[in-house]
Design a protein around this ligand. Structure first.
Ligand code: HEM
Length: 411
């Protein structure tokens, strides 16, 4: 497997950022040689297919580690933008497949940072590229091709958005089994594309192992992800996740998906001081088992018909507002793929941690926005504070070796 040379349209001078030219030239033209997984690997060599109708990292089961990085494009023309996307594609293809970086010789900077050792394991790595509304401004002449629902993320009631941590021309969601794998990928992508885009904001996340079983827990101690629609149900995914062209959507969007990211800080010091009964009423589920308060097992379906006035699961419980289980709400379901985050402590010594809420949906308005509006004044808002994120559109998949991310948008 090969890292293709710098794509036409992305000028090497621009790409390399002047003085660092030597270092990046090697990365941009480097080759990773594939090799079979071996029992001596330090990390598992599980590889997810890079090519397909849809990108990886959407239906893929959540890996343990994630990097969300939003970038602003500094490329100067549509041609250079296409070069950037080709470069992202070839680097992502190489990294997610794994292999041996070439020997650049003693006189040159090494072809790879070496963080993962001499042979780069695929390690369950997925790299998912999504575009933000600002990419469709007047810089590249793409306004007429903007996905119909894509826009700058609005402030919802109770949001405390730091605009420096919001939006961006591009979002890369990098997930893998280990943190060194995701950080290595971030580093290789940023060096291969230097001069054509720059980081706007970044948030790293982790996914806990089941404790002791079932869906993994968020940092409020509750199992998260239980009621997600089944990713194995292809027709359901067609209805809920994949955006279709036609009506008001442009032709190129087929197979892509609206990608929502909300960085939601949890005010854990306050949360940890309320009773377990109050915590469970806020979500409508038991903390230990994850069962709805009307049931006994995690996967039991909440029984709102038997509880019409909210005696058991209160009417404003998170799960009841998020999905009242009506025929209408069925069409609004989203595919959540969140990660916990830890950002250390704030200036006052408070713990800075929370949820990188992420979801995919075919229609931003009909699905995510409708749910978010219903959640506006839920009791949970006293214990969380949305601080960043954005609306993006996950590009359709890379079909074959000739194809590249964004080709149908840019050609
Ligand atoms: C820090 C913020 C949040 C926390 C801690 C949180 C936590 C949870 C928990 C524990 C569940 C129950 C288990 C499950 O089905 O996954 C749940 C369900 C759900 N949440 Fe959230 N959530 C948060 C934000 C959001 C946001 C922003 C949305 C969408 C706008 C959302 C939408 C949903 C949906 C659709 C369900 C499934 C409800 C069902 O089908 O029964 N959540 N959430």
């Amino acid at each position: 497997m090969r890292r293709e040379p710098t794509a036409p349209g992305l000028s090497r001078r621009n790409l390399l950022g002047g003085a660092a030219a030597g270092a990046v030239a090697v990365a941009a033209g480097s080759t990773l040689l594939p090799r079979p997984a071996s029992a001596t690997d330090a990390a598992p060599s599980q590889a997810y297919a890079f090519e397909g109708a849809h990108q990886q990292g959407i239906l893929t089961p959540s890996q343990a580690q994630a990097v969300y990085v939003a970038l602003d494009v500094t490329a100067g023309s549509k041609k250079e933008l296409a070069g950037l996307f080709r470069e992202i594609t070839s680097t992502a293809r190489a990294l997610t497949t794994g292999g041996t970086p070439p020997d650049a010789g003693l006189g040159a900077p090494p072809a790879d940072s070496g963080v993962l050792g001499p042979v780069v394991p695929s390690d369950g790595l997925t790299i998912t590229a999504s575009v933000g509304a600002s990419l469709f401004d007047d810089r590249f002449g793409l306004a007429a091709s903007k996905p119909a629902r894509l826009r700058r993320m609005e402030d919802f009631p109770n949001d405390n958005l730091d605009r420096a941590m919001c939006d961006g021309d591009l979002l890369l969601q990098i997930c893998g089994h280990h943190q060194d794998t995701t950080l290595h990928a971030l580093r290789e992508i940023t060096r291969a594309t230097r001069g054509a885009m720059q980081v706007r904001w970044r948030r790293d996340g982790f996914h806990s192992p089941p404790r002791p079983a079932g869906s993994s827990r968020n940092l409020m101690g509750f199992r998260d992800g239980t009621a997600n629609p089944s990713t194995g149900d292809t027709s359901l995914m067609d209805e809920l996740v994949w955006t279709r062209s036609g009506a008001d959507e442009p032709a190129w969007v087929d197979g892509g998906s609206y990608h929502v990211v909300r960085q939601i800080r949890m005010l854990v010091e306050f949360w940890d001081r309320i009773s377990i009964r109050e915590q469970e009423n806020i979500f409508g589920r038991r903390r230990d088992s994850g069962a709805p308060l009307t049931g006994s097992k995690e996967k039991d379906v909440p029984d709102y018909a038997a509880d019409p006035s909210g005696e058991v699961i209160q009417m404003d419980a998170h799960i009841r507002l998020a999905n009242p289980r009506t025929a209408h709400a069925k069409k609004q379901q989203i595919l959540r793929r969140g990660y916990n985050y830890d950002a250390g402590t704030d200036a006052n010594g408070n713990l800075d941690m929370g949820l990188i809420f992420t979801c995919f949906n075919a229609d931003l308005e009909r699905q995510f926005v409708a749910i978010q509006k219903r959640l506006a004044d839920e009791p949970l808002v006293d214990y969380v504070s949305p601080v960043g994120g954005g609306y993006f559109f996950a590009l359709p998949g890379v079909r074959d070796h000739q194809d590249w991310l964004g080709r149908r948008l840019l050609t």
